[in-house]
Write a protein of this length. Structure first.
Length: 485
């Protein structure tokens, strides 16, 4: 029988974090009469290994439109049964406050923390994925599993999508699709060499779009692109601002019906790499993203890295693109003898009742990234055009992704051309309605016109998002680090 612990009306996150910790099972009242959490202790088997995990499951968030949250944390051998971290309970309380303001977290979302991290300084973010078991809940359709990401894993998730990190975790721990537990003593799955290889990959050179509720799976000889019913208007907002002839990469959620999942690797010399659950025949292989290359001479599908590469004839891409933008199914033939299909799926009633992404009514803070290789970072990014005019002209998500691609391009220029001395580069850009961009780059303390011209040439290779009305202007200030050699 579980013990119950209650809070007073005036308690906040700090009060929750400092609560007493009775031996599990125990049920905490985090917010009086409205938010609870159950902590339990489980025995987990991983191959020949057996260990204990604490589970934390919220109760009460769904009343506010937020799926309930669950987290498993591996108990270390030197810890007692009641040494579980109450910070998780404080996090549930914080999520409730967001939900009260109609800000909810969905599958594939990521919450970032500051330098102090969460539970351990090396974990800089929480990612939300489909439930992965061991919570004792009868219905997991209305549940999200929380996993922790290191700083390096967070950077990969930003650039290539969360599914890539999930599959790397699954591969490292030999657990499909990834381990449901958090091991606070684990090392990052992304090291310096892996990060360098990813930066040189084909997918790193193509604009990446994160579109919720899209899945991709190779089912024998048919590549299926699954999209949640009702999201086509959201997808249309993305696609209509990308030139039809431009290549793009769409990040995908993990298909829950898949029985295999591609894992990133730097070379395809030995064929694709994938993880599978026990007993799988590998007939339904999920990809982490789908890479689209229009205007090709023939239509075919290949596996590249951890994704599916679609070479598409113009008429075939127009057919698939129209299906994605209108919410209709579609099917095209692919060489030699296969098919590519777009299908629309329905979520469970519990999930379907939760919010579907809508067009944004504001421009979020512009991204400011720091290059993983230490080349430099973005000091500030500022929108020069009035917000109302921006919203009338472009989807804010598309704008932010384009600006992030610019930031990666500028910092990436210095991977092989390390600066001899530290400097700042200021970039002013104006996107025009005819899909042109005017650039102005200035560096201090010294102006290197050849270097700036080289950067501008690289920026010219980025596909320019289409605008619906007036120009959009923004400025980015970079700090470029001197070479350590």
């Amino acid at each position: 029988m579980s013990e119950e612990t209650k809070l007073n009306d005036g308690n906040d996150v700090n009060d929750v974090n400092e609560m007493d910790t009775p031996n599990p099972p125990v049920r905490f009242e985090i917010f009086p009469n409205e938010l609870f959490a159950t902590v339990n202790l489980h025995e987990v088997r991983q191959g020949e290994e057996s260990f204990s995990c604490w589970s934390f499951v919220s109760e009460g968030l769904s009343r506010l439109g937020q799926r309930e949250l669950a987290m498993l944390i591996r108990k270390q051998d030197d810890q007692s049964d009641n040494d579980y971290p109450t910070d998780v309970l404080g996090f549930f309380l914080t999520v409730r406050r967001y939900a009260m303001e109609q800000n909810v977290f969905m599958e594939g979302d990521i919450t970032e923390f500051g330098e102090s991290g969460f539970l351990d300084p090396k974990f800089k973010a929480i990612a939300y994925v489909r439930p992965l078991g061991l919570y004792g809940a009868e219905n997991t359709d209305n549940l999200l599993n929380c996993i922790l990401l290191s700083e390096e894993e967070l950077e990969v998730a930003r650039r290539f999508g969360l599914s890539r990190v999930v599959s790397l975790l699954g591969h490292k721990f030999n657990h499909y699709p990834c381990p449901p537990w958090v091991d606070l003593s684990r090392a990052s799955t992304v090291n310096e060499k892996l990060s360098e290889d990813m930066n040189e990959s084909i997918l790193a050179k193509v604009p990446f779009m994160s579109i919720p509720h899209v899945r991709v799976c190779l089912c024998v000889d048919t590549l299926k692109i699954f999209c949640r019913k009702g999201t086509h208007e959201f997808i249309r907002e993305f696609l209509k601002q990308i030139p039809k002839e431009a290549p793009l990469s769409i990040g995908c959620d993990i298909d829950p019906a898949a029985n295999a999942m591609l894992v990133w690797q730097a070379t395809m010399d030995n064929g694709p790499s994938a993880i599978t659950p026990p007993g799988s025949d590998g007939t339904r292989v999920a990809g982490c993203s789908v890479l689209v290359f229009p205007e090709q001479d023939s239509t075919n599908v290949q596996v590249i890295e951890d994704s599916f590469f679609l070479s598409l004839k113009t008429e075939d891409w127009e057919k698939l693109r129209n299906a994605l933008m209108t919410g209709k199914p579609s099917s095209i033939s692919a060489h030699p003898g296969g098919k590519i299909e777009v299908e629309w799926y329905e979520e469970s009633p519990e999930v379907a009742s939760l919010p579907v992404p809508e067009a944004m009514d504001h421009v979020p803070d512009l991204p400011t990234i720091e290059h993983a290789d230490g080349c430099g970072k973005v000091l500030e990014a500022e929108l020069k055009t009035e917000e109302e005019a921006v919203l009338a002209s472009i989807n804010p998500r598309i704008l932010c992704q384009y600006i992030e691609a610019i930031e990666m391009t500028v910092l990436g220029y210095f991977i092989d051309r390390r600066a001899e001395s530290a400097k700042t580069i200021t970039l002013d850009a104006v996107i025009e309605p005819d899909e042109r961009v005017s650039w102005k780059l200035v560096s201090e303390p010294e102006q290197d016109d050849i270097e700036l011209k080289g950067i501008q040439i690289r920026l010219g290779d980025l596909p320019v998002p289409a605008l619906m009305s007036s120009p959009v202007e923004f400025a980015i200030k970079f700090q470029i680090n001197a070479s350590q050699a």
